[in-house]
Ligand binder design. Structure first.
Ligand code: NAD
Ligand code: UGA
Length: 458
């Protein structure tokens, strides 16, 4: 049976791969092709060992791959054949020139737009799936309007709200799907085409439409609010530690107010991930560009308090361990930026590792999925680091354990056995507040949670 539409996604990353796999899974009558300039990544998508770890992803990829889901490096062919093109390339923070360290680096996006322009032989719907600065669609339209053929491009915004570790659930049962378009007849027609795709599995009331700029901005604002919420709860952890208040009890008390809600109130050693920091800094840069310095300063504070939280974690470790970490062996439990992912981009563990090595500590890093990425992140850094997957072996002979990632497996370890194998006095710094602190204290550990009274034997 011929496919009713050809969908292309440019960019086979954490967003492009899972989102297209879900569309292919839910819409067997569409042919979905994902292309990338990175042949290694494409080869991995075509084998059993997928390039990213995401619970449930392998099942939907294997059930659709080769049927209506294809991974390829043939970008030119993909563009020619597609009626709808999702752009899901990376938009990292610029590291050079104007706006370095703040603005979005749009080189990958612009290359993609020019490739679409160059190879297109028929009219197409172009969908911004990546997170872009507000008004990027305008620039995209300008580039695509340079076409010499008699073809037309409709540019739409369809930001992705999935979180890593829960991507498949988020894609299958999204809180909302947002579609921003021009209110022209062809813009509305293009929007209806996208509604048709999502309506295959998302309830109609959860598919919302808006003007294109609101859609672009909503994505940045959503991430800013989410990060702000964690920064807000984290900003009270030091006060809790000074006053014997307990941040978990405080979070429960405020979270029961239905106006505030109870999600995203887990205090931590700081938030990480590839997007929060870059998206907020991008927002800050945009505000400054529009002369909105007060707004820029306000949101920059969300990032600043997060940097402070990571530094505070290290300083607490130094002070607890008698003001020196020289030659002490510290085992990091987890390296991924959150549980259930192998992704380590902007993981607090990277910052903490570098700072602990500055203090001349030795590191042993354990993580069930992220050790390869950890090795790459810390490659070439001065200091003694070993990588061991088994947490018992990793903590053997260590002076301290520091929990970086809230992996479920750490909650049910045999800590009596671990305690016996460690140097005494043994310390635990729980950067995620996931362990049984009283139980650990009873075993003999000196326990330092986040935003809670410490439990020490001296
Ligand atoms: P990623 O780095 O994992 O993937 C991007 C891919 O695009 C890479 O494989 C890269 O090789 C490819 N690429 C770059 N230029 C290309 C070109 N010209 N032609 C073909 N391929 C090209 O990034 P990601 O995490 O998937 O994020 C993509 C976008 O989605 C970003 O804007 C990000 O902010 C946004 N986003 C990410 C998440 C997430 O959880 N990671 C969630 C929501 C939104
Ligand atoms: C986040 C957003 O949740 C997604 O909606 C968005 O699509 C995505 O960014 C993006 O644009 O990339 P993600 O970064 O994958 O998703 O993961 P989150 O669950 O948001 O966690 C981010 C960081 O905050 C992690 O380091 C996590 O451990 C930390 N966190 C989260 C806390 O410290 N406390 C919490 O209560 C929640």
């Amino acid at each position: 049976m011929p496919f009713s539409k050809n969908i292309l996604c440019i960019g086979a990353g954490y967003v492009g791969g899972p989102t297209m796999a879900m569309i292919a899974h839910k819409c067997p009558h569409y042919k979905v092709t994902v292309v990338d300039i990175n042949p290694k990544r494409i080869a991995e998508w075509n084998f059993d060992d997928l390039p990213i770890y995401e619970p449930g992803l392998d099942k939907i990829v294997t059930s659709t791959r080769g049927k209506n889901l294809f991974f390829s490096t043939e970008i030119e062919r993909g563009i020619k054949e597609a009626e709808i093109i999702f752009v899901s390339v990376n938009t990292p923070v610029k590291t050079f020139g104007a706006g370095a360290g703040m603005a979005a680096d749009l080189q990958y996006w612009e290359k993609t737009a020019r490739q679409i322009l160059k190879y297109s032989e028929s009219s197409k719907i172009i969908v911004e799936k990546s997170t872009f600065p507000v008004r990027t669609a305008f620039a995209m339209e300008r580039i695509l309007s340079l076409t010499e053929n008699d073809i037309h491009f409709d540019v739409l915004s369809n930001p992705e709200f999935l979180a890593e570790g829960t991507a498949i659930k988020d894609l299958e049962y999204p809180d909302r799907v947002l579609l921003g378009s021009r209110e022209t007849p062809s813009g509305v027609k293009a929007r209806d085409e996208l509604v048709k795709i999502y309506a295959s599995w998302v309830p109609k009331e959860r598919i919302i439409t808006s003007n294109i700029w609101s859609s672009e901005l909503s994505k940045l604002v959503a991430n800013a609010f989410l990060a702000q919420r964690i920064s807000s709860i984290n900003s009270f952890t030091a006060l809790c530690e000074k006053t014997e208040a307990d941040i978990t009890e405080v979070a429960r008390a405020i979270g029961m107010d239905s106006r505030l809600g109870n999600k995203f109130l887990n205090s931590s050693l700081g938030w990480g991930g590839s997007c929060f920091k870059k998206d907020i800094l991008n927002l800050v840069y945009l505000c400054r560009n529009y002369g909105l310095s007060k707004e820029a300063d306000y949101w920059e504070g969300v990032v600043r308090i997060n940097e402070y939280q990571k530094e505070r974690f290290v300083l607490n470790m130094v002070s607890a361990m008698f003001n020196t970490l020289v030659s002490k062996k510290i085992c990091l439990f987890g390296f991924a930026f959150k549980a259930n992912t192998s992704d380590t981009r902007e993981s607090p563990a990277i910052f903490i590792s570098k700072r602990l090595l500055d203090e001349k500590a030795e590191l042993v890093i354990t993580d069930p999925k992220a050790l390869d990425n950890a090795m790459t992140d810390l490659d070439g850094i001065d200091g003694k680091i070993s990588y061991i997957e088994d947490p018992y072996e990793a903590s053997d002979g260590c002076d301290a354990i520091a929990v970086m990632t809230e992996w479920e497996i750490y909650k049910s370890l045999d800590f009596e056995k671990i305690y016996r194998s460690m140097v005494k006095p043994a310390f635990i710094f729980d950067g995620r507040n996931i362990l049984d602190h009283k139980g650990l204290f009873d075993i003999g550990f000196n326990v330092f949670p986040i935003g809670k009274p410490v439990l020490t034997h001296f």
